[in-house]
Every structure is written in C-alpha cells, then in structure tokens.
Design a protein around this ligand. Sequence first.
Ligand SMILES: [Fe+2]
Ligand SMILES: [Fe+2]
Length: 350
Amino acid sequence: MTMKSKEIAKVRKVAEIFGQNRDLILDKWIRLVKEENIITSESELGYYKNGFQKLVDDFAHYLKNDDFEGYYRENSELAKEIAYNDISYPKFVEAFHLFEDSYSDLLVKYIPGDELLSCMGAIDKLHHTTISRVSQAYFEINDVTVFALAKLAELRDPETGYHLERTREYSVILAGELGCPPDFVANIYKVGPLHDIGKVGIPDRVLLKPAALTEEEYDEMKKHPVIGTDVILSIIADHQLSRGYLLMARDIILHHHEKYDGSGYPCGLKGEDIPLSARIFSIVDAYDAIVSKRPYKPALPHEEALRRIKKDSGTHFDPVVVEAFLRIHEKLHETYDRYKQDFKFGVKIR
Ligand SMILES: [Fe+2]
Ligand SMILES: [Fe+2]
C-alpha cells in the first residue's frame, strides 16, 4: 500500500506530535495493555516497554523525514526480536492495536477538527502496512526454522553442497512455469528441503557406505520416505490439519521417489495419483543429482541431465512436468552455476 502525497504530509505532522509527546504516549499505551490483561508477566512487560519505545521513537524519527522504508525496516527488526524471544505474536498484534488509543486524544488536541479524520485515516493505513510487514518478517523466521531442520538432517547425508538450496529454487521456477498458484509456489519453496529428512533414521552403515548398496541395504534405504512421513503425520493428526504447507511436506517426503509409470516407491502410485508437488520435486531432485558430484559418481554436464530426463519422460517423470522443465532448463542451469560462484568453502561470499 503506497501513501499519497497528502497522506504523507499528515503522517509527517503526526510524527512531530509523537516526537514531542513520546513519554505520554508510552505511559498510556502500557496502561491500556495492562488494563486489557494482554500482558500479565512483569518480565514480558519490560520487553514490551522497550519495544513500544522503539516503535514510537522510530515513528517520530523516520516519518518526520518521510522515510517510510526506514520505518518499516526497523519494524521488521522488532518482529525478529519477537520471534527470537518466543513472544506470542497474536498478543503483540493485540497490543499494537491499542497503540491507536494511546495517542488519539493527543491528535484531537493538536490537529484542527477538519483535518483530524484524514490524519487518522493516513495513520491507519500506515499501521496496516506495518502489521503486514511485521507479519512477513515474523513468519520468515518460522520458515528459517523449517529449513534449519532440513539442514540438520542433511548433515548426516553425503548429498551435501547446497543441494537443498538449489532444489528449492529449481522447484519454484518449475512450479511457476506450470502455472501453480502463488501459495503452492511459496509452500514448495518452504517444504521441499524436507524431502529426505527421513534419512536421519537410516543407519550409518547404509547411508554412509562409500560403495554400491546390496539389495538388502537398498531396501533399508528405501524406508526414508516413510520414516520422514511418520513424523509429519503425527503433527497433522494432532492438529487435525486439512490444508497448509505440512500437507505438502507430507506429499513430497512420502512420494518424491514414486515414478509416473507406478514402478517407484514406497506406494507405487501412478500418474496423477502422485501429488503434483512430488512430481515436480522428483525432477528437480534428479536434475541436481545428475549435475552434482556425489561420492559414487562425477558431476555430469547439464546436457546429459536434459537427455536423461527427456528419456525418462512418461516412465519415471510426468511428461507435462518434463515439458515445462525443458522450457525453463536454462534457468536451472543458471541457478546451479550461481551457487558455484556465490559459495566458497561453505560460506556465502556475496
Ligand atoms: Fe529421497
Ligand atoms: Fe535430494
């Protein structure tokens, strides 16, 4: 939501009033939060006092110079504080809503009656943007937690080297090309890295074996989709989830080794019975495996990956997804190369 120049002038005016009356606003805000019983513990209240103070100070400081981006940036920092300190997010939003009540009488006092309504309107708009930006920053931290979990599982896996970072980026490109809706694309980015999380349950002698697996060992390895799914299923059952990213996580974890002709594992699903997210992920997973070096094989050229994926269209892979893959394959190649350039010795250098 962008501000019109008239609204910007109003916000600037309010910022000046905030600067001059900061302590008055803060005291009233804290009083209201206490009255409404939003925060009951003293230690949490101390945290809120600091947070509120920063909000009011940032408002006065940035917005008296029309620096909206600066203001939102500081708000996002605050959101990270909330997430890192495990502060309840709904409570924070509730407390934030009381902010308005803590300064409204000041506006009545300082702003002429004919301007008051438009001023309140401009501030209201600003608050909505603030809440949405803060939410975004807050939830990004939760997303990072999901990814950290996947990275942890990957530590035991010889398939390291930014495989998770690359495959999640490939999957976003491929899902976009297939015309998947934005929330599908956002979810695949979030949960794709969990695909092999069940490998934590595979014994070292199998997972880390530097040579080809025996049939019996391979059978053991093939349990990883089910091991990973069990964990997710218990969360889904406990919370009675019928939608959302954990359902996609289940689909990808359980079905990323299914094959289009039904010869895959663990369920032997066929064609479109395999969830689309898993059909997408199996291609990007295979692509990355082919072009990457693994303990048991060298890195093969991009063209070889194209050739193999094309050859397996309709048997291993969904032909529609393969077609989309062939339209955007250069973007995947670029992504692969970018990770080679950006990372040196495991540290991001850009
Ligand atoms: Fe796997
Ligand atoms: Fe993988």
